[in-house]
Design a protein. Structure first.
Length: 135
């Protein structure tokens, strides 16, 4: 990642959870242009860098907990994923973050809802993630 996404797009359920003025049932894609192409040989170094970023996020967000980064791929695009849990206005949220790398582009796929609604929405969020393609 970087300090800011080059491009962001998302799908938000405007009839769903709204917390702190934001819709929280969402599927969001952030796109980052990287300074170099990520090849399969570089994925271990990318994992180490992601771990540093996650530690920094945890330090700045006291309620944030995450699972370990796991290798994954979506439609042939390699990367990593984790499940994050945190609170906004005391409401527990869950976000699955998938980091995908294709050439010199990073795609962050975020699937988010409240802890309470995770089971009900997980199938739809997973379908959206699995339909992701990059050209």
């Amino acid at each position: 990642g970087g300090s800011g996404a080059e491009s962001t797009t998302g799908v938000f359920d405007v009839t769903g959870n709204r917390i702190a003025g934001q819709y929280r049932d969402a599927f969001v894609v952030n796109v980052y242009e990287l300074s170099q192409a990520i090849t399969p040989e570089l994925l271990p170094a990318v994992r180490r860098e992601l771990r540093v970023v996650i530690r920094q996020l945890k330090a700045s967000t006291p309620s944030l907990t995450t699972t370990r980064l796991k290798r994954t791929a979506v439609n042939g695009i390699p990367g990593f994923r984790l499940l994050a849990r945190f609170r906004v206005n005391k409401v527990p949220l869950r976000t699955r973050i998938t980091f995908l790398f294709k050439a010199d582009t990073e795609y962050q796929l975020l699937e988010q809802t409240t802890h309470q609604d995770w089971s009900a929405l997980q199938g739809r969020l997973t379908a959206m993630r699995n339909s992701f393609t990059a050209y």
